[in-house]
Design a protein around this ligand. Structure first.
Ligand code: BTN
Length: 265
């Protein structure tokens, strides 16, 4: 670890005072924090252990896409989570846990963010953060989840529109926020800790649903790259699936997978 990264580590420890982590690993450079969280989780990392990297060389998003992040301007981390027996039937809610924690954290800076189901956080209609939930299993036995989050904080973190699947932004540009990345991390972790005990409750689902983008609006839903249809976003099902209605049809639930939403118009 270089002198600078030692200083960063001290700054991080100070910023995270009051948050009870299972463990903490901080890397100036790492392939992917999700890979590290999954392997540490398989190797008995306690629940709520944190892996943070200043720079990822192989950061990934959903469907194996590359996650663009720039040193010093993004906040990229993963939490090792060990779902208990009540949470295990509702693993689909963990993407909501991450997204809602960020939305609520941003409210303390008066920033209004929305969740583009299943895993994006939008500010002013542009993507400012993405969540990636991955799991490690042995047969039927779940070892752990990695809740990975990449937040575009400063300008350098925003991918050019030509490289982004969805128009992107950062907190600095969209909300004029000039905040310390570790202060933001503290606020997000604090929210994860507050929300986790109610993850299985109806109130969690309601809070997640009320932060959804496009609710009551028509969107185009892509399933894979070829198949798409238009539907109205109604809300969420108990397992975290998106409840929609195609014109003239009954309600249906869209499950996680290779699914993307686009607003119409
Ligand atoms: C997406 O938008 O598809 C999800 C992006 C998730 C990126 C984060 S950055 C920290 C963690 N490590 C990774 O490799 N990916 C997630």
């Amino acid at each position: 670890m270089s002198l600078d990264s030692n200083q960063d580590f001290l700054e991080l420890e100070t910023a995270l005072r009051g948050i009870t982590l299972g463990g903490l690993r901080f890397y100036p450079e790492l392939g992917s924090t999700n890979d590290e969280a999954l392997s540490w989780g398989t190797d008995h990392a306690p629940d709520f252990s944190l892996v943070l990297a200043e720079k990822q060389t192989a950061g990934r998003g959903r469907d194996g896409r590359k996650w663009f992040s720039a040193e010093g301007s993004s906040l990229t981390f993963s939490l090792v989570l060990r779902p208990n027996s009540e949470e295990r039937p509702l693993l689909g809610r963990f993407a909501g846990l991450g997204a809602l924690a960020l939305v609520r954290a941003l409210r303390s800076w008066n920033v209004e963010a929305r969740i583009k189901w299943p895993n994006d956080v939008l500010i002013g209609g542009r993507k400012a953060a993405g969540i990636l939930i991955e799991s490690s299993w042995e047969g039927e036995q779940l070892h752990c989840l990695a809740l990975g989050m990449g937040i575009n904080v400063r300008e350098g973190s925003v991918p050019p529109d030509a490289q982004a699947l969805f128009p992107a932004t950062c907190l600095e540009r969209a909300a004029g926020l000039k905040l310390s990345r570790f202060e933001l991390l503290h606020a997000v972790l604090n929210q994860v800790q507050e929300l986790r005990p109610v993850l299985t409750h109806e109130a969690f689902l309601q809070a997640w649903q009320s932060a959804l983008a496009y609710r009551g609006e028509m969107v185009r839903i892509w399933q894979g790259q070829q198949v798409s249809f238009e539907a109205e976003v109604l809300g969420l099902a108990a397992d975290g699936a998106l409840r929609v209605r195609k014109p003239g049809c009954a309600e249906e639930d869209i499950h996680f997978g290779e699914v993307h939403l686009r607003p119409l118009g």
